[in-house]
Design a binder for this molecule. Structure first.
Ligand code: ADP
Ligand code: ZN
Length: 435
C-alpha cells in the first residue's frame, strides 16, 4: 500500500515536541558516553563539562568536538559504548580520505538505521509494490546494507545487485522490472549512458525513481540522470560514523534533504573557529547521534560544507533540511590562492552540454599551481574538425574562468576514455599532495 511517510508521527512531529524529544535523548546520549566512552569523558573533563551541564539543546555547544582523527586514534574499539557481545554488525567507511574508520551496531542501531533508509525510500515514492534495485556496493561499505535493510523493512522486493557487472545490472533491471534504483550518482549516470549506447531510452525501463548519494553531485547531474533514465532522482546523505546512508533524505520537493532529527542533531559551524553559526549560514555540518547504543558520537565534525534551512515543506515533514553538500572541506582545492570546489567544475561542464565524465588534475610547475580539466567530447561531436574542437576548448576555458575566478587548461578527450566508477567517483588528482 502506498504511504506518504514511513513513520508519520515522527516525521511530521511539531517542532516544539521534536525539541523536547531531542533534549531528552541528548541528555541520555551524553550520559551514555560519559559512562562508557573513556576517551570522550576525558575530553569533557578537559573542557570542564559534565552531563549535568546539558539542560537545553543549545548547551550542546559546551561539548567538545570529535573528528575523524579522534576515531582513527581509538581504532578499533575505543568508542565502543556497550559490551561487544551486544553488537551484531560492523561496517566501515570507504576510506576516501585516509585510513578507514569502523563502526559497530547493536540490533537497535541497525533497526534505527534501516528505519531511516525506509523513510528515504517512501519519500521517493516507494512502497511494498516496488522492486528496489540496490547497486551500491555490499560488504563493509554502508551503501548496500543500508538501502537493502530499508527496502526489506518496507516490504519492497529487494534486488541486492551490488556494484559492477553493468551488463547484468541492465538485464535484471529489465527482466525483473526494477522500479527504484539505488546507487552513487556517478554510477547511475554510467548505467544511463550504457543503456543509451545499447539503444535503450528512458521509456525502455520501468524505473520511476532513483535514490543517489555517497558522493557530492550537482543539480545539473540530477537533470542529466533524470533525462537519461526517465526517473525522478532523489538525494540521500549519510556517513558510516553516524550509521550510514539515511541520515538525511530528499522528499518530492527535491530541494534539500530532511535530516532525521529524531535521531540526529545538526549544527553548522565555522570550520576555522569552531563557532556555531546561525541557521541559514554556510559552514561545516556537525552531527550528534541522539539514540545510538554501540557507537554513539557527539558533535562529530563531518567536514561536509552545507547549509541548514528550516522552512515549511510541502511534503509535511517538519525535519530541518540540509542543502546538498558542496563537497568536503578537504575536497576544496586551493589553486593559486583561490578556493575551487570540484562541484563548481561539474556544474559548468554539464551546463555546457558535456557528459559527467571528467578528471581534474592539479599540479605545481615552477611554483605556480596548474589546473587541467579533461572532459570527454559528447559522442556526436567526436568527428568535429580540429579547429572546432579548439573553439570548444576556448569557450569552456572562458566559462570556467567566469565560475572559478582562475583560468584552467581544458582538454577535450575522445568519448569513453575517462575511467568510470562503480562506487564513489575519483575525479581529482592533486599531484601537489603526492610530492
Ligand atoms: P568516507 O568518509 O571514507 O567516504 P563514507 O563511505 O561513510 O566514508 O562516506 C561518507 C561521506 O560521503 C560523507 O561525509 C560525505 O562527504 C559523502 N556523502 C555522502 N552522501 C552524500 C551526498 N548525498 N552528497 C554529497 N556527499 C555525500
Ligand atoms: Zn519535504
Amino acid at each position: 500500500m502506498k504511504k506518504r511517510f514511513y513513520q508519520p508521527s515522527l516525521e511530521t512531529m511539531p517542532l516544539e515536541q521534536l525539541r523536547t524529544l531531542q533534549l531528552e535523548k541528548l541528555k541520555h546520549q551524553v550520559l551514555h558516553m560519559w559512562n562508557h566512552v573513556a576517551c570522550y569523558r576525558a575530553k569533557m573533563e578537559a573542557a570542564g563539562v559534565t552531563p549535568d551541564d546539558i539542560q537545553t539543546l543549545e548547551d550542546i555547544s559546551r561539548l567538545p568536538f570529535l573528528s575523524k582523527s579522534d576515531l582513527r586514534d581509538e581504532y578499533p574499539y575505543g568508542f565502543l559504548a556497550v559490551p561487544l557481545s551486544d553488537c551484531i554488525r560492523i561496517q566501515s567507511t570507504s576510506g576516501t580520505t585516509g585510513k578507514r574508520v569502523i563502526a559497530y551496531y547493536t540490533k537497535g542501531d541497525v533497526n534505527l538505521w534501516e528505519d531511516c533508509c525506509a523513510r528515504a525510500i517512501v519519500a521517493a515514492g516507494g512502497s511494498n509494490e516496488d522492486v528496489v534495485h540496490v547497486s551500491y556496493g555490499y560488504g563493509l561499505f554502508t551503501g548496500g546494507a543500508g538501502l537493502n535493510g530499508g527496502s526489506q523493512k518496507l516490504g519492497s522486493l529487494t534486488l541486492p545487485m551490488s556494484s559492477g557487472n553493468t551488463e547484468r545490472q541492465i538485464q535484471f533491471m529489465q527482466d525483473l522490472s526494477s522500479t527504484i534504483l539505488c546507487c552513487t550518482p556517478s554510477y547511475a549516470a554510467y548505467l544511463g549512458e550504457s543503456m543509451k549506447s545499447r539503444g535503450l531510452g528512458p521509456d525502455d525501463n520501468r524505473l520511476k525513481a532513483g535514490i543517489f548519494g555517497a558522493e557530492p553531485w550537482t543539480e545539473e547531474m540530477r537533470q542529466e540522470i533524470q533525462s537519461l533514465l526517465g526517473i525522478k532522482a532523489y538525494d540521500i546523505y549519510g556517513l558510516t560514523e553516524l550509521s550510514g546512508p539515511g541520515v538525511a533524505f530528499e522528499c518530492e520537493e527535491q530541494k534539500g534533504m530532511h535530516i532525521n532529527e529524531d535521531h540526529f542533531l545538526a549544527e553548522i559551524i565555522d570550520p576555522d573557529t569552531g563557532e556555531v553559526l546561525p541557521e541559514g549560514s554556510i559552514g561545516e555540518l556537525v552531527l550528534s547521534s541522539l539514540d545510538k547504543e554501540a557507537f554513539p558520537l557527539l558533535r562529530y565534525r563531518t567536514r561536509d560544507i552545507c547549509r541548514l534551512v528550516r522552512t515549511e515543506c510541502s511534503c509535511g515533514r517538519t525535519f530541518v533540511k540540509m542543502a546538498r553538500p558542496m563537497g568536503r572541506s578537504d575536497d576544496m582545492l586551493i589553486i593559486r590562492g583561490v578556493n575551487v570546489f570540484p562541484s563548481q567544475i561539474e556544474t559548468v561542464l554539464l551546463k555546457e552540454g558535456y557528459p559527467p565524465n571528467y578528471m581534474i588534475e592539479v599540479d605545481r610547475v615552477r611554483n605556480t599551481d596548474t589546473l587541467l580539466i579533461q572532459v570527454e567530447l559528447p559522442p556526436e561531436h567526436f568527428t568535429d574538425l580540429l579547429g572546432d574542437i579548439q573553439k570548444r576548448e576556448d569557450h569552456l576555458i572562458a566559462s570556467m574562468r567566469d565560475m572559478l575566478g582562475i583560468t584552467p587548461k581544458v582538454q577535450l578527450v575522445p568519448p569513453h576514455t575517462i575511467p568510470r566508477s562503480e562506487g564513489k567517483a575519483v575525479r581529482v588528482i592533486d599531484h601537489r599532495k603526492l610530492t
